[in-house]
Ligand binder design. Structure first.
Ligand SMILES: N[C@@H](CCC[C@H](N)C(=O)O)C(=O)O
Length: 270
């Protein structure tokens, strides 16, 4: 059986998208997701995205990291999926229902409301999530929050000095984070500008993370590191515009692109 796929990306954070909305696909588990995501022997991507029919939204988006783990949210894939769908839509995810709307060569996504409670993120024990009393070498006093998925955000004076490829996996897998965590390191470079590097849970260093950009902008706003409630977050793959409305909801606007379409032999990956 051959299964069609669309290869897409948002700022270089890349996806294999399988569309099971009209005709359902065979069940996908961790091993299949890992095999498809493998850049040497599969199609290759940071996340595998599965679209399914839904009862209470226009459709459902399921997200698998390159390590095979199914997770709750993916900001960049939300924009890619908006482009693929071609119209505004309510999209059910494991992290909550989001609203996507194509805009120019990308999309705006209503990412919902951030969550700051330690047990909701979750952390292993109670602490102040706005200034956590923890450090990994020079990375200290981060903020933890949930944007559908869990993030820990550090701010530093010089991003180039941070060995994220070494500290990222250490922090991701620290017992303080029972569901592991996405690790964001930001440097504020202007009244509404942040430069961000990303270590993603289950995917490692990526060129961009949409939920991570939202988490970092909200953390900077909460800490008073930027002025107002809008910021541009510059990732290795390019910028995202983030607003945090007075109603508590986060808006994310940025590009997405289709790279190519193809099909694969299901039996090879099942
Ligand atoms: N690339 C994504 C986030 C994907 C999921 C994340 N690695 C997790 O494990 O929560 C984005 O653009 O938000």
């Amino acid at each position: 059986m051959r299964v069609p796929f669309v290869k897409m990306h948002g700022l270089g954070n890349d996806f294999v998208v399988l569309d099971g909305r009209a005709e359902s696909l065979p069940p996908i588990g961790a091993a299949t997701a890992r095999a498809l995501a493998d850049r040497r022997t599969g199609i290759g991507c940071d996340q595998l995205i599965l679209l399914e029919a839904a009862d209470t939204a226009d459709f459902r988006m399921r997200i698998f990291n390159a390590d095979g783990g199914e997770v709750e949210a993916c900001g960049n894939a939300s924009r890619a999926v908006a482009l693929l769908h071609g119209a505004a839509a309510r999209v059910e995810t494991a992290g909550g229902t989001i609203t996507v709307a194509p805009s120019g060569s990308g999309a705006r996504v209503d990412m919902g409301v951030p969550v700051f409670g330690w047990s909701d993120i979750p952390l292993a024990y109670a602490m102040d999530t706005a200034a956590m009393p923890v450090a990994w070498e020079g990375l200290a006093s981060p903020m933890a929050l949930r944007i559908g998925n869990p993030h820990v955000v550090f701010f530093v004076d010089d991003l180039d000095q941070v060995p994220l490829e070494r500290l990222g996996p250490e922090i991701e897998n620290d017992p303080l984070f029972p569901e592991r965590i996405n690790v964001m390191v930001g440097q504020v470079t202007g009244p509404a500008e942040i430069v961000l590097r990303v270590w993603e849970r289950g995917a490692g260093l990526t060129r961009a993370c949409g939920t991570g950009a939202c988490a970092t902008a909200v953390a900077a706003m909460r800490k008073g590191l930027v002025e107002g409630r809008e910021a541009t977050v510059f990732l290795p793959g390019g910028p995202l515009h983030i607003e945090w409305g007075e109603d508590g909801r986060i808006g994310m606007t940025g590009p997405a692109e289709e790279s190519f379409r193809g099909s694969f032999d299901w039996g090879k990956f099942a």
